[in-house]
Design a binder for this molecule. Structure first.
Ligand SMILES: Nc1ncnc2c1ncn2[C@@H]1O[C@H](COP(=O)(O)OP(=O)(O)OP(=O)(O)O)[C@@H](O)[C@H]1O
Length: 275
């Protein structure tokens, strides 16, 4: 039977803005009644334009923010930030990789220390073992031993994203939330990082939530696709079905607006790399 790692049930997130003594302000419905399930080892891509609620949903899934209503389940366990708080074990299960890794890497920390830090903070692992694990992960993401003692500014964008991925994997998470992880990279580097993510997913049986506005990338990486529009999931289903037979008018418009050449060129490049 399939194992469900992540489930959202009727998730809602409202933001109350403004308001004061004589007015009640305004409510923004950032996420409206969104439900999904992600099986172990699979990738759910969340697609949509700026402001549609992708980042809000990412914050709920990574347990940074609590939903206004609905339930989030990780490995079948209900997450209740308000009542129960989070156990360290629960926190370890979900990690996030952002679009701009430079912003999340401490410029004064050598890469070996960047990778060792999650172990230092969350485990009682001895220093030598921490260093070994950090070195192993560095090699896993395609960097070399010579990179261990270098600082973040000494790396290219693609290499920094590899470091961010390695750091996210240090605590053996079950689920990675990848928030536009290749959007800031050149096309050829995008393909390399996407291939790396696919390899790591196979090797560690990882489950991914992949947030993107780029349909060519989504088509390559996703098993299931959820299209968001003004906080609603207007389309949700298997990748091939969603791409070949979109049901909602917004999805049809979104797909029609993506230049076909972009889709074809990246697919051809990825196919050549895989061959
Ligand atoms: N902390 C907040 N307070 C008030 N409104 C917010 C807050 N965070 C998000 N919003 C609003 O909720 C809606 C969804 O925002 P969200 O950042 O989730 O969208 P997004 O699809 O991730 O956009 P982008 O790709 O530009 O980050 C937007 O209208 C946004 O202005």
């Amino acid at each position: 039977m399939s194992e469900i790692v992540l489930e959202g049930r009727n998730l809602v997130r409202d933001y109350h803005i403004g308001g004061g003594l004589f007015s009640s302000g305004r409510v923004i419905h950032a996420v409206k009644d969104v439900s999904f399930k992600v099986e172990k080892g699979k990738t759910l891509a969340i697609v949509g334009e700026s402001g549609c609620g992708k980042s809000t949903l990412a914050r709920i899934i990574t347990m940074i923010d609590a939903p206004t209503a609905g339930e989030l389940l990780i490995d079948g366990d209900k997450v209740d930030l308000v009542k129960d708080g989070l156990t360290p074990e629960m926190r370890r299960k979900v990690q996030i990789v952002f679009q701009n890794p430079y912003g999340s890497l401490n410029p004064r920390q050598k890469i070996g220390d960047v990778l060792g830090e999650p172990l230092l903070v969350n485990t009682a692992m001895p220093t030598a073992e921490r260093r070994d694990r950090a070195m192993q992960m560095l090699l896993k993401v395609g960097l070399g031993p010579e990179h261990f003692s270098r600082y973040p500014h000494m790396f290219s964008g693609g290499q920094r994203q590899r470091i961010a991925i390695a750091r996210a994997l240090m605590l053996n998470p079950r689920l990675l939330v990848l928030d536009e992880p290749v959007s800031a990279l050149d096309l050829s580097v995008q393909a390399q990082v996407l291939n790396l993510l696919a390899d790591l997913q196979d090797e560690f049986d990882l489950t991914y939530v992949f947030i993107s506005h780029d349909l060519s990338v989504v088509r390559y990486i996703a098993d299931d696709v959820m299209v968001m529009y003004f906080g609603e999931a207007v389309e949700y289903g298997g990748r091939d079905r969603v791409f070949s037979d979109p049901q909602h008018d917004y999805t049809k418009t979104l797909f029609a607006a993506t230049p076909r050449a972009d889709v074809e060129s990246i697919r051809a490049r990825l196919a050549r790399r895989a061959a």
